[in-house]
Design a protein around this ligand. Structure first.
Ligand SMILES: Nc1nc2c(c(=O)[nH]1)N[C@H]1C(S)=C(S)[C@@H](COP(=O)(O)O)O[C@H]1N2
Ligand SMILES: [Mo]
Length: 198
């Protein structure tokens, strides 16, 4: 590692595990805008739609037949709790998007409960995001987004859409639920991008 100036908060430094303003918890709090949707794997489907209307679709068996990964990642919630070293299993977005032909720069994730969140497409690539379906070796609990949720741990946890149903690839950036309600458009915990203007 090179020299990092002590005042610069935007990068992770050796020995620094918590982004600014966060505290550690061992719990796994549940934060949902509405009631937990119960989605059976028999009817579950995951789709990626491109800017020209092409739809890529996976049933549960098709999704589960894809190669999976077991990331261990730190979670940072904008309500200030962080949980370190969480263990997941999921399919990398690199895998899911490998055959998707698109000129889009942005994504809106749509969930079964109607929740939406937006992020740059680049943030889903290069081993940084998964559609996760196991937590700590068990099926992902419904309250935490099961059967499957988006997991984008390098951004605040509101970007990790639970019960994810569709990724809409868009040419222009379209704010999601919290982003339209005053939360930061990007949400980097290391730059403490909690609210618009941070
Ligand atoms: N579909 C959906 N995804 C969601 C939410 C939601 O209400 N609906 N809440 C978000 C918020 S604000 C947070 S902090 C995390 C919480 O995830 P958890 O309940 O597993 O801790 O999920 C995010 N994903
Ligand atoms: Mo949140």
């Amino acid at each position: 590692m090179g020299i990092v100036s002590p005042g610069f908060r935007g990068r992770r430094r050796e020995g620094v595990v918590l982004p600014p303003g966060q505290y550690l918890t061992k719990d796994f709090p549940v934060l949902s805008v509405g009631p937990t949707p119960r989605v059976a794997t028999e009817t579950w489907e995951f789709t990626v739609t491109t800017e020209n209307g092409t739809v890529h679709e996976w049933s549960w068996p098709e999704f589960r037949a894809l190669p999976s990964e077991t990331p261990t990642v730190d979670l940072h919630c904008v309500t200030k709790w962080s949980k370190l070293g969480t263990n997941w299993r999921g399919v990398s977005l690199d895998t899911l998007l490998a055959d998707v032909d698109t000129a889009a720069d942005y994504v809106v994730a749509h969930s079964y409960d109607g929740y939406t969140t937006n992020l740059p497409l680049a943030d889903l690539l290069d081993g940084r995001a998964w559609i996760a379906y196991e937590f700590d070796g068990d099926r992902l609990a419904a309250e935490h987004g099961g059967p499957a949720r988006l997991l984008v741990p390098h951004l605040y946890l509101w970007k990790s859409a639970k019960w994810v149903h569709n990724l809409e690839l868009t040419l222009t950036d379209e704010p999601g639920f919290w982003e339209a309600g005053g939360y930061h458009n990007y949400g980097d915990p290391w730059r403490e991008q909690r609210y618009q203007g941070d």
